[in-house]
Every structure is written in C-alpha cells, then in structure tokens.
Design a protein around this ligand. Structure first.
Ligand code: PLP
Length: 387
C-alpha cells in the first residue's frame, strides 16, 4: 500500500523531537541536559524529588514526551516493559477481582499472570478468540478489566479497539493494551477509548536494541493509582537510560516508517515463495483482520511472522541467516528473526502454543531499516544453503 499520511503526522514528527525536552538554561545546548542527582533540595512535602519516585527532571520530561505521542494526559517510565505491565495490573486489582486476558499474549505477561496472580487471590480468564463476543463471554460479576495486545505477539492478530472499549464502558470496567508491537507511530489506542496503554520501550521506543525500559500512559487519575503502587515496589528507570531513551525517540517516526515499508515488502515477497506456507502480516489483503487494521492503524508495523514448509528445519534456517540476526528481542533498526516456539513463547505449555497458532515452523521476523534487496537476498541465500 502507498503510505497514507497519518492524521496529525506533521505534529507527531515534531513531538518525537521536541516534546518533553529539558531546556539547557546554563549553556544553551541543543539537547536535554542530564541530571544524575539522586538528592534534590527540599521544596514541598508533596513533591520530594527522588529517582524511585519517578520525578527527577529527566524522568518527568520523558514521561511527558511518551504521553504526548500517545495522546495521554500522563505517563510513568519503568525499568522494563514487565515492570510497567505488572505495576499497571497489580495497582488496578485486588484479591477477589477477576480480569480477562486476550489468549494471544506475550509469553512473559502470561507467565506473570499464571505465576503471581494466584498468590494475591486475583482471578483471571483467557478468551477463546479475539472477537468482542469472546471477551463478553468471559465477563463475570467480579470482572474489573480487559487486557489486550494488538497486533498480537507472535501471530499478528488484530483486535477491534473501539468494540472492546465500548464493551468495557458498557460494563463499567477498565481496559489496558500492550501497544508495543504497533508503537505510538502506528496506533494510538487512547483515541479509541482504551484506558491504559503499555509499552516495552525496550522495543520500538528505544529502537536500537540497547535500552531496557517500559512505559505506562493514561489519565492523570489512573497514572496516580499506578504510581502509588510503583513507588513502593520500585522499578523506575535510571537517569542514563532515561536520557538515552529520550534521545532515541527523536528518530522514532523515521525508524518506524522505514520498518513499516520494509515489512510490507518482505511480507509480499514471502507470500509468493514456495518454501513458505503462511505469512502473517496485517498489511496483507488476505490477513483475516486486515480491514480492522486499516481502520485503526496508521501503518501496519515492522513485525511479521511466517511458517516454513515442513521440509525446512527452522533452527537450521535461523542459524544460517547472515545479515538477519537470529536474536531474542525485536524492533531494533537491525532485522532479527526467531522461533517463538524456542524463545519468546518457550514457557507456554504445548496446549497454549497450539491455541495461539505457534508451531515449530513459525518464524517471527522483526524488520529493520536495511535495504529490502539485501534482506531478500539473505533469505534466499539461506534457503539455497540449507536446501
Ligand atoms: N510486551 C511485549 C509485546 C513484548 O514483546 C515484551 C518483551 O519482549 C514485553 C512486553 C516485556 O518487555 P520487557 O522485556 O522490556 O520487560
């Protein structure tokens, strides 16, 4: 598809560079100064500045920047995506509450729910599918919230944001979304009525595979609720990483646009190759949720998955790639590929993997910003070597 100009794109690009920046009053430098201090002059009992309280100058600036990209009132920056996710969930739940999770979920989130929620007496259920009726069917008298992930990891399923938020509002429950795969460039769930947006900033926000961080965005009221727990549990991000993340987000729009364009080309190329049995990418016309993706996304993202035909050994395939790196994480400017079966979703049971459509032939591909021709040649050479 030709790239459509997203609504408010020009403003978004400027926000990536300038929102939340700190002014260097001392020397007039062009970039935000970094304040490493862990101890600040006392001014107000309500506002003691301290890194674990998420309120040092750089932490506040970065939270403003990411909140502005998501169209949120407020935000908090954490030391990992899981720290953001666990603090957001635990602050909104107590013993006896019930929460509904989309079945297709990042493996670490699923593991957290299954291992930790029973200790706190929090009930949970997973949907059978991704339709709004699948969520509605799971609602109980004690249900407090719905948690979704779209596009989902690793099979890129798309959940209809407006329908989910309408259902939740009707039932008077909250909604949370893991927006990591889309990034704020491609999807802004608050616009569709979702209450809380979560990011593993380790991925697109950081974008260079060298920062581990997380973010939570939402209304001031909800962020305060999360803050009240997070200041006790800990999990804020250190100043150096905060500064580096702010620096990285300046190029977020450019990076993600390049990744979107490459991903669509790779998906279309793979779709016509005989050694591939399936391609999962919301930008393809035959993707089952393509129309919903067109409705709610500004771009289809840099992530795709594909299944190798049974004759190809997927591990051999990964280990023979040359330019594309067979590494765990995703969303960096370098292209990477992995087997969800062996890595990101290794902690799931066999049944859970089958339910999510994860088999040993599935490869998750994170598109970087390299030349499409070089990526295509790497894939074709690999097939030649191992066939
Ligand atoms: N959400 C998604 C979709 C992820 O892919 C990941 C990590 O891979 C996380 C959350 C957890 O983020 P982190 O590793 O930064 O804790």
């Amino acid at each position: 598809m030709d790239r459509k100009l997203m609504k408010g794109e020009e403003k978004f690009k400027t926000k990536c560079v300038h929102a939340g920046e700190l002014v260097d009053k001392q020397y007039g430098g062009a970039t935000s100064p970094i304040f490493m201090s862990t101890s600040y002059k006392f001014t107000d009992v309500e506002f003691n500045q301290y890194p674990r309280y998420f309120n040092t100058p750089n932490q506040i600036g970065l939270a403003k920047k990411i909140a502005s990209l998501e169209g949120a009132e407020a935000g908090l920056i954490f030391s990992s995506g899981m720290s953001a996710i666990s603090n957001a969930l635990l602050s909104h739940l107590k013993s006896g509450d019930h929460v509904i999770f989309q079945n297709d979920l990042y493996g670490g989130t699923r593991n957290f729910i299954k291992k930790e929620f029973p200790k706190y007496g929090i009930e949970f259920g997973f949907t059978n599918g991704i339709l709004v009726t699948d969520f509605e069917n799971e609602i109980k008298a004690n249900t407090k919230g719905i948690y979704i992930e779209t596009p989902s990891n690793p099979t890129l399923k798309i959940v209809d944001l407006s329908s989910i938020s309408e259902l939740a509002k009707d039932k008077n429950i909250w909604t949370m979304i893991d927006n990591t795969f889309a990034s704020p460039v491609n999807q802004n769930p608050i616009k569709y009525g979702i209450d809380i947006v979560l990011h593993s900033a380790t991925k697109y926000l950081g974008g260079h595979s060298d920062i581990c961080a997380g973010a939570v965005l939402g209304s001031k009221k909800r962020i305060k609720k999360i803050y009240n727990l997070a200041k006790n549990l800990g999990g804020s991000l250190s100043e150096m990483s905060v500064w580096l993340l702010e620096r990285s987000i300046k190029t977020l729009f450019l990076r993600v646009q390049a990744q979107n364009e490459n991903a669509l080309k790779i998906a279309e190329f793979l779709d016509s190759e005989s050694w591939i049995s399936n391609v999962y990418y919301p930008g393809l016309n035959h993707h089952p949720n393509h129309n919903i993706a067109v409705k709610q996304m500004n771009g289809f993202g840099g992530m795709l998955s594909f299944e190798l035909v049974p004759e190809i050994d997927s591990k051999k395939f990964l280990l023979n790639l040359n330019l594309i790196k067979p590494t765990m994480s995703l969303a960096g400017i370098e292209s990477t590929a992995l087997s969800p079966r062996l890595t990101s979703h290794a902690l799931l049971t066999d049944d859970e993997r089958v339910q999510q459509g994860i088999n040993s032939q599935l490869i998750r591909f994170s598109t970087g910003i390299e030349s499409f021709d070089d990526l295509k040649n790497d894939l074709l050479n690999t097939i030649r070597i191992i066939s």
